[in-house]
Design a protein around this ligand. Structure first.
Ligand SMILES: [Zn+2]
Length: 353
């Protein structure tokens, strides 16, 4: 360390008892020399307390006995601090300059942690949050989403004959009784193409509170009601495992991180409006689909000793989509188009056990 230069600071002196200030100078060198009203007082430099700088405020040097010296001679004081190593904050800067590799490593580590949080932390938190969400909150999700779907002509009133509807409702009660969990399950039969191809088409999906929508087009595609019951059991798996809600929370979680990073608080207020959209567009993870398929497999193997009806309708849905070469269907049962083959293979493996 270089020898600190002697500097003389002009400023004011407070005795620590009254608020009256008196003009004074403080010389800092080998020792400290306070000159006040023509008199000199010497102190050991080590006995001085130098407060950290606060922008726009006089620097404060605390003297032994409770008195203090304040100065606006910032530059000479700073030079003395640097040379004498008195200022801890400045020492920190010097350390960083000397150890910039460590500093960059720390920044990289922070980004890696953030990335890990986005990839693993948010889904885990979302799943936990979905599990502990009170029942009362769920009903509004169902209603908002249905309202949105009807308003946008994604679904409309079913065109199935009353008798057929009643039959499907009776059959759904078997699945409902089996699924459990205490949800107010209900099956809504709806036209998936009330305004043509812009609808959801042949599909089925579950909303968080146990509302399950199945379209006339899916009913028409099925060759037996067992296939439809396999689909409905799959949907109850999404309800009891709370996959829809986890998807919503996951979407919100990413949005919150984005908000933190960009400081864009406006987007936070749009979250509430995005809830139905998150359920519909977010889609389920492959893990969630597999879990719902295993739930359906339990039901089907218990009833029929096989998951073949579910495999059949999944395969037929995929073939139908290829033939139409249409927009991918974006609601549940067939939204995971590319992985249908994997799902069918997994169901076959379950049957083989
Ligand atoms: Zn699903």
């Amino acid at each position: 360390m270089t020898r600190p230069p002697a500097v003389t600071l002009r400023g004011v002196y407070f005795d620590g008892h009254s608020s009256r200030d008196r003009a004074a100078t403080l010389s800092l060198g080998e020792s400290a020399q306070l000159t006040l009203d023509g008199e000199s007082h010497a102190f050991a430099v080590a006995a001085l307390g130098v407060d950290p700088p606060v922008p726009g405020v006089r620097r404060v040097i605390r003297l032994p006995g409770g008195a203090r010296f304040e100065t606006t001679d910032f530059a000479p004081l700073l030079a003395w601090e640097r040379a004498s190593g008195r200022n801890r904050a400045l020492r920190g800067v010097a350390w960083l300059e000397a150890h910039w590799v460590s500093a960059l490593t720390a920044v990289g580590l922070a980004f890696a942690l953030l990335g890990g949080f986005i990839v693993w932390g948010i889904p885990a938190l979302a799943t936990q949050a979905a599990r502990v969400t009170p029942r009362g909150v769920l009903a509004s999700f169902d209603e908002q989403t249905l309202h949105f779907l009807e308003e946008q002509d994604f679904i409309g009133p079913s065109g199935l004959p009353r008798e057929r509807q009643a039959q499907l409702q009776r059959e759904f009660r078997q699945v409902q009784g089996w699924a459990g969990g205490g949800y107010p399950y209900r099956l809504l039969l709806r036209d998936g193409e009330p305004a043509g191809a812009a609808g959801v088409g042949a599909n089925a999906f579950a909303l968080p509170n146990g509302t399950i929508v199945m379209t006339d087009q899916l009913v028409a595609l099925a060759r037996s009601d067992r296939e439809l019951l396999g689909v409905l059991a799959h949907e109850t798996g999404h309800v009891t495992r709370r996959h829809g809600l986890a998807t919503v929370y996951q979407g919100l979680g990413l949005g919150l991180v984005t908000t933190l990073l960009t400081g864009d608080l406006v987007s936070a207020s749009t979250f509430a409006a995005a809830v139905p959209a998150a359920i519909l567009r977010g889609g389920y993870s492959r893990a969630a689909e597999s879990e719902a398929d295993r739930v359906s497999a339990d039901f089907m193997r218990g009833r029929y000793g096989t998951t073949k009806p579910l495999q059949d309708i999944l395969t037929r849905l995929e073939a139908g989509a290829d033939a139409r070469d249409s927009e991918p269907t974006w609601l549940d049962i067939f939204r995971s188009h590319p992985v249908t083959a994997d799902r069918v293979a997994a169901l076959k493996a379950l049957d083989a056990r």
